[in-house]
Design a protein around this ligand. Structure first.
Ligand code: GDP
Ligand code: GDP
Length: 436
């Protein structure tokens, strides 16, 4: 998946533009309590081309809040991570020395850069953009992020230069794709080596390498798997290494092509904000998830430790109550042999179809023991339910006045489906439709 990064000095309107662009997408999942959101990243789909949008302005100061240093690092970061860069400047203030500085840094990147002049709210201000041609660029894009002016045209041009993803074509129906994600140093590479049963030779990524991950084929119980290892390619850039948060981009890319996601956590460090963010994305993308607590060897344990740790984990990952948890040590190999068995099980659930009569029976029982809510004085009715998709398991229940169904009843029905059918490791999507 391609990455588009928004750079520029503070207050030029980067986050306004970010929100404007992501506002054009429609969320698949409604707000789910407990899912951590990160406002610096979003996956956007436009004309069915998905890409990752980054607002580099959202990051905390990297070094001694010296503006220029910070900006240099942020644009450096964008250069390392992005395929396309949106360099935003402020049309009201005009060109500033720091703009010039950032632009010269971007030039060296050899990546497509769009020079965006923001706050050009109306045609009257268009003349103000002339200034910016002194940067020696071929074209500037006058926009108003706040009012949306010019943003759509800009994004059309951005899309035209995005590298095309050939990955969809690579996809094979019979294989299960498994991504190993997590923060740097949690032990992803060590786990991948365990799963593969050999030390993979990691080629050092050289500049210009477009691959985001190393794919390794793996066979288990006559099923073909592809292991997507985002850690396999060591982050080339010093800055992205420094700014650990950017591994979120790697995680997003890895998850993009995966069916099952192993979210790896370092037992000795516990759950961090970033672990939650990344797992939240996996959930939103509808991936099957297994929580792998690695470095279990480092924990001083007694008979209660694992139970306590699991309870804490459940508390942190409230939105993933269905995800199985494994405690392993990639170092010693303790319990790593259980991982593929769990993946096999979860992948089967992910692809499972439930016959409609069985679903209807569960719906009927569920609505009898707990009736749907009232809506404008009349009771919501649910008549039947069907599974419309797998990966993830997706259901549509048909009825009357279904707009009257709120979160708690929705959750109740999802729980009933889960109780009846399991779907271990899989998110369940349930939609309602009024019968015509
Ligand atoms: P960032 O620091 O670069 O992320 O900038 P923000 O997105 O936070 O915007 C900084 C300020 O500029 C806010 O007060 C915005 O309301 C304002 N702003 C952003 N875009 C526009 C625009 O298109 N026109 C005008 N007039 N103001 C804008
Ligand atoms: P990655 O950045 O997530 O791919 O992490 P690595 O696989 O490179 O591991 C980071 C460090 O943690 C290395 O020094 C590993 O030897 C160490 N490590 C990995 N797994 C374990 C484990 O289960 N226990 C202990 N004690 N150390 C581990």
């Amino acid at each position: 998946m391609s990455v588009v990064a928004i750079v520029g000095r503070p207050n030029v309107g980067k986050s306004t533009l970010f929100n404007r662009i992501i506002g054009q997408r429609r969320a698949i999942v409604e707000d789910v309590p407990g899912v951590t959101r990160d406002r610096n990243y979003a996956e956007v789909t436009r004309y069915s081309t998905p890409f990752i949008l980054i607002d580099t302005g959202g990051f905390e100061p990297i070094s001694e809040d010296r503006l220029l240093v910070q900006m240099r690092e942020q644009s450096q970061l964008a250069v390392e991570e992005a395929d396309v860069i949106l360099m935003v400047m402020d049309g009201r203030e005009g060109l500033t020395p720091s703009d010039v500085e950032v632009v010269s840094g971007l030039r060296r990147a050899g990546k497509p850069v769009f020079y965006v002049i923001n706050k050009v709210d109306g045609p009257k201000q268009d003349a103000e953009t002339v200034d910016f041609y002194s940067l020696g660029v071929d074209k500037v894009h006058a926009i108003s992020a706040e009012h949306g002016r010019g943003v759509s045209d800009l994004m059309d041009e951005v899309l035209a230069v995005l590298p095309h993803d050939e990955l969809a074509a690579e996809e094979e129906a019979s294989e299960v794709r498994l991504a190993v994600i997590g923060r740097p140093n949690v032990g992803k590479s060590s786990l991948v080596n365990r799963l593969l049963g050999y030390e993979r030779v990691v080629a050092n990524a050289t500049a210009g390498t477009t691959r985001d991950s190393i794919d390794s084929p793996l066979e288990y119980n006559d099923q073909r798997y592809v292991l997507i290892d985002t850690a396999g390619i060591r982050r080339k850039g010093k800055v992205s290494q420094k700014l650990e948060k950017f591994s979120v981009v790697q995680a997003l890319k890895g998850m993009d092509r995966a069916h099952v996601v192993l979210v790896v956590i370092d037992a000795s460090e516990g759950v961090t904000e970033q672990d939650l963010t990344v797992a939240g994305y996996a959930y939103e993308k509808g991936r099957a998830v297994i929580l792998v607590v690695n470095k279990w060897d480092l924990i001083v344990k007694d008979h209660k430790t694992m139970g306590q740790y699991t309870a804490d984990l459940r508390d942190s990952f409230k939105f993933l109550p269905f995800a199985p948890v494994l405690f392993v040590s990639a170092l010693s190999g303790q319990r790593t042999n259980r991982i593929m068995g769990m993946v096999e099980k979860v992948a089967a659930e992910f692809n499972r179809r439930i016959p409609t009569p069985e679903l209807n029976r569960v719906l009927k029982e569920a609505t009898i023991s707990h009736a749907p809510p009232m809506s404008q004085g009349k009771r919501v009715k649910l008549f039947y339910i069907t599974q419309t998709a797998v990966r993830p398991p997706t259901f549509v229940a048909f009825g009357n006045r279904t707009q009257g169904i709120h979160f708690s009843y929705h959750r109740y029905l999802v729980n009933q489906l889960r109780e009846a059918f399991g779907f271990e490791g899989c998110p369940i999507r349930l939609f309602f439709k009024d019968r015509e």
